[in-house]
Design a protein around this ligand. Sequence first.
Ligand SMILES: *Cc1c(COP(=O)(O)O)cnc(C)c1O
Length: 455
Amino acid sequence: VGAIDKYGKPAVVAAARTVLAKWRDRIINGRLSPELHQWQSGHIAQIPHISREIMTLVEEKHLNSMKPVFNLTGTSIHTNLGRSLLPDAAISAMNQVAAHSHALEFDLTSGSRGDRDLHVLDLLIELTGAESATVVNNNAAAVLLVMNTLAKDSEVPISRGELVEIGGSFRIPDIMASAGCVLIEVGTTNRTYVRDYFKAIGDRTTALLKVHTSNYVIQGYSSSVSVPELSELARSARIPLIVDLGSGALVDLKRFGLPTESTVAAVLAQGADIVTFSGDKLLGGPQSGLIVGRRDLLERINANPLKRALRVDKLTMAALRAVLMLYRKPDELPETLPVLRTLLRRSDEIKAVGDQLLPAVQAAIGGMINVTLEPCQSQIGSGALPTELLPSWALCLRPIQSEFEGQGNLMALATSLRQLPIPVLGRLHDGAVFLDLRCLDNGDDLHAQLSLLTG
Ligand SMILES: *Cc1c(COP(=O)(O)O)cnc(C)c1O
């Protein structure tokens, strides 16, 4: 009854059904525990056993949803862990619009209906040099909307080297099919030339698409066609060139000593007519998909009914605007933008954190786990610079066989780490759980969690 007050009847009923189904299954298969035999033979007092199980399940489901975790996986922008952490400015902007009515789509001068894109339009134009821009739910939606608007029922040549799959079922051929486009594969996996595109362009071709190979590189005997070359071809065929940049950067990361990606502005300057990119990869903002480019094309894109279905809400708009504002002072980004802050953490800074933590963690759990501090390599994640690794340091946990029970000691340890009140997520490597300290903000908090580990 207490559970129903706290979690609601449907949740408790669902958990009861799950638990009872499990027991029914055991009874049917003749796998009864001795306790249940007792219960069957009249010990009704065993019923609390089942109700306790139901309670545990309800609570587990309730508590485990959206739980904060330590991301010590070594992947900074981790899609399954929510990608970019937002800057304070974005969080307070979201709080503001969440709690108050505000002029989201309302022109305060004329008193008439406005356009929600206006909150970021000028900023995006200023930061990318585009003529116009819009925002949708994520970059997958951006590609879908652009292709559906500009190339529905017609042919789009794309290099065989760029038929990308991004984790979580984003596949270029599937998106193209959903958008109603006919994908024409050109070139080969490793080499595609301008003449391949040229031969594929016909009466039914309405756009060229170039996709950033976000999570892989084709090395060795390979060649692809650059944006300037493709742009020239598109211009002569009088069709637009669309570039899906994936993790588009708004500033050149080289200025901070990171490996470079072409910026959105650079790709537009090289002649792309439309560029799409994610708001929550290298940009460091909320989940969103940004579309920037030619004004006439954006007018068509905005007029597509799909745009309404893919639009972003006020929280996203507020957060995105706040993040884009930070880009007006690019020199301060390493302090103001959490994504850059973690990517720019120097190896010696990370090691200093580890040196401080190591003795405390050893004292807490050294009896059952061998703890060391070892160099490792972090990755940026989410399809940004897949082959560029950043030197880092990790606490390495190796279970001591006799102390740590369970099947496969290492797996048991990884499971225990995930089951801590604030789960600790690392990476299995070299017979150890590596806890990469790059994304760690508070060493004391981690120490407190690790101290709760038991074998
Ligand atoms: C990540 C990525 C996408 C998908 O972006 P989401 O924001 O995750 O929807 C699409 N294309 C490329 C090239 C990407 O790297």
